[in-house]
Design a protein around this ligand. Structure first.
Ligand code: DGL
Length: 271
């Protein structure tokens, strides 16, 4: 039995999709989730900043006594995977988990990847998919409007701004006849119904957050780290009220989770 919490972080509400998926399959685990809402979105930030922020977020999770840390964030996973790997507490990101899932598919159809600008710019998902799925065409599209829309609560197909963005970003992928769409940003699981509505049933959606949960469960079991009382503690660097209002929606529960406000950390290193 290891009752220490699992540390999970993201720029905001997207990471809650990973928390929700993990609680569904590991209900006994204690989880500390850090939502860096005060600095969201991450997806348009320069590489240097993202790497600095990855170190800071790892330190937040480690200070909470995490037994394992998970970057529920495609942007930090793809721009700071070496930093995660070298961290003294075992740390992983959504990239590895999602690519492993797609590698097991029996399909030759093109793979679409949607993610933030910084994730697509890093090329990390494309490189990993090319190595894992030789011969399959990979088409990546950056979707910079999705995270701000989701963070402001626009998540349904009936929301005109979201619908327009879905159509604009996914049109080229639909035209190419993709068989799989990798949601390379953990926020996108919150709009999966709208993505599905536009693409139709024949395209398989692979949500990086859902893959992350299975990956963490496997890691805990393999390393004898399972255990806890099923608690969830959240930290937000954004507005407490807003977090408490929106988090239940994304967690699929009625009550807000126990949440503390924490200060916004500087995005640049001190000189
Ligand atoms: N949810 C994160 C990701 O998976 C961050 C998105 C953002 O803040 O731009 O990339």
């Amino acid at each position: 039995m290891d009752n220490r919490p699992i540390g999970i972080f993201d720029s905001g509400f997207g990471g809650l999709t990973a928390v929700r998926a993990l609680r569904a399959i590991c209900p006994e685990e204690n989880i500390v989730f850090f939502a860096d809402n005060g600095r969201a979105p991450y997806g348009g930030r320069p590489l240097r900043q993202l790497r600095h922020m990855a170190r800071q977020n790892l330190d937040v999770a480690a200070a909470c006594g995490a037994k394992v840390i998970f970057a529920a964030c495609g942007t930090l996973s793809s721009n700071a995977s070496d930093i995660l790997r070298a961290y003294p507490v075992p740390a992983f990101g959504v990239l590895d988990a999602a690519v492993a899932e797609i590698a097991s598919e029996q399909s030759a159809a093109p793979i679409g990847v949607i993610a933030t600008e910084a994730t697509v710019r890093s090329g990390a998902f494309e490189r990993a998919l090319r190595a894992a799925c030789p011969g399959r065409e990979i088409i990546s599209v950056a979707c910079p409007d999705f995270v701000p829309l989701i963070e402001s609560g626009c998540v349904g197909w009936d929301d005109p701004a979201l619908r327009r963005a879905v159509e604009d970003y996914l049109r080229p992928l639909k035209a190419q006849g993709i068989g799989t769409l990798l949601l390379g940003c953990t926020h996108y699981g919150l709009i999966d119904a709208a993505l599905r509505r536009y693409l139709g049933e024949q395209v398989r959606l692979v949500d990086a957050s859902a893959c992350a949960a299975a990956f963490i469960k496997h890691y805990l079991e393999e390393n004898g780290l399972c255990g806890g009382e099923g608690s969830l503690r959240c930290l937000t660097s954004g507005e407490l009220d807003r977090f408490e209002r929106l988090a239940p929606l994304f967690l699929g529960q009625e009550e807000p989770p126990q949440t503390e406000a924490v200060p916004v950390m500087p995005a640049e290193e001190d000189k």
